[in-house]
Design a protein around this ligand. Structure first.
Ligand code: NAD
Length: 343
């Protein structure tokens, strides 16, 4: 049996990545679509052989509870909408796979976790990097000190977006700027790679004066994180350039990925050896990350297994995000233990 997914939000990610990815899934299949654009929903339903009765709008969404073919609702909407639809999905008796960031503040994230717990449903955050094989090799190297103990990590995630009308530039829909959308990859990936939590953060943000994209949210944010075991991470996220990589430094070498967070063609990099020669690189299979995420969720439901990236994992990032914004606003170092739901 395959697990049935309802996709909520038929934007770019759904159309270009998620719906095509189902074809390669072993355990997940699309069975319903939810959108306020009936024309587009019907068009996509026809393309993917879904019955018209399996197309829902935001208004009649709660009726999805009566559809036994739907096991999971995959929420692919602007960030601020994740909370309400997670709660509505759990109330309708459905498991939830939610896009990153799971929410835009700590208390919403907690409500989402509670709603799914109370309904005895699983809540997974679609952190595809944690399921991606190249990044998992880097984690193994760090876990086993293969190149020595990692002391410093440098991580950058940028994506140039020039459409000023995008929801990503509206605080009321995005809940934040480059940090909420892109910097979260730096936070979540470094937490995953090191298996460590940040103790303090220090941040600065910048938006070009007069750029109409950045009236409400930040363009670029620079942040440092100090981890429990002494690792320091130096990170940046920006909407004004296309670049994404990380490097992990030990006392005499470095290794990392460039690109690190793309959908495909990911590449591991290792510094040249001391005598100037290229280091041998491992051969790692490129996998479709969306297939890995959806199949993981489906497999965990089929076998009642624990999720690798549950709601609690998203909540941890919400604390770090709150601390980073607080640091940037107050222009001082913020310790994570100062952060509460009110931040
Ligand atoms: P998008 O703009 O392409 O699509 C958004 C969808 O939400 C559209 O179907 C739109 O109709 C719908 N919508 C409902 N109410 C809306 C409103 N008030 N304003 C705008 N759109 C509204 O966005 P996207 O790039 O697909 O992003 C959706 C979610 O997926 C976000 O949370 C984003 O962070 C996440 N995302 C994740 C990845 C990843 O690699 N994991 C990549 C892209 C996006």
């Amino acid at each position: 049996k395959k697990i049935g997914f309802a996709i909520l939000g038929l934007g770019e990610l759904t159309e270009t990545q998620l719906l095509p990815a189902f074809e390669k899934c072993r355990y997940a299949e699309p069975v319903a679509l939810v959108s306020d654009d009936t024309y587009k929903a019907n068009e996509l339903a026809e393309k993917y052989n879904l019955r018209k009765s399996c197309v829902y709008s935001y208004d009649n969404f709660d009726e999805i509870g009566k559809n036994p073919a739907v096991d999971v609702v995959y929420i692919v909407l602007p960030n601020v909408m994740h909370k309400d639809f997670t709660i509505r999905s759990a109330k309708a008796g459905k498991h939830v796979l939610c896009e990153k960031p799971m929410a835009t503040n700590i208390s919403d994230a907690k409500m989402m976790i509670d709603a799914c717990k109370n309904a005895n449903r699983k809540l997974m955050i679609a952190y595809r990097i944690q399921h991606e094989p190249h990044n998992r090799v880097i984690k193994e190297w760090i876990d086993n000190d293969v190149f020595g103990r990692v002391k410093v990590i440098e991580c950058f995630n940028g994506e140039y977006i020039d459409d000023a009308s995008q929801w990503r530039f509206k605080q009321s829909l995005a809940g934040g700027g480059a940090l909420m959308d892109l910097g979260i990859y730096c936070i979540n990936t470094i937490r995953f790679l090191t298996g460590n939590e940040p103790v303090w953060v220090a941040a600065n943000m910048y938006s070009t004066p007069g750029d109409k994209r950045f009236k409400e949210v930040e363009e670029t944010i620079l942040f440092q994180m100090g981890f429990e075991d002494g690792i320091i991470a130096s990170c940046a996220a920006s909407y004004s350039l296309n670049y994404q990589r990380y490097r992990c430094f030990t006392n005499n070498t470095w290794f990392g990925m460039d690109p690190a967070f793309a959908y495909s063609d990911l590449k591991i990099e290792v510094s040249k050896t001391n005598d100037g020669k290229d280091s041998p690189l491992p051969v790692v299979k490129q996998e479709n990350q969306f297939v890995l995420v959806m199949d993981h969720m489906a497999e965990c439901i089929l076998n009642d297994k624990s999720l690798a990236t549950p709601g609690e994992e998203g909540l941890k990032d919400q604390y770090v995000i709150a601390a980073i914004y607080k640091s940037a606003k107050q222009k001082k170092v913020i310790f994570l233990n100062e952060i509460t739901e009110d931040n």
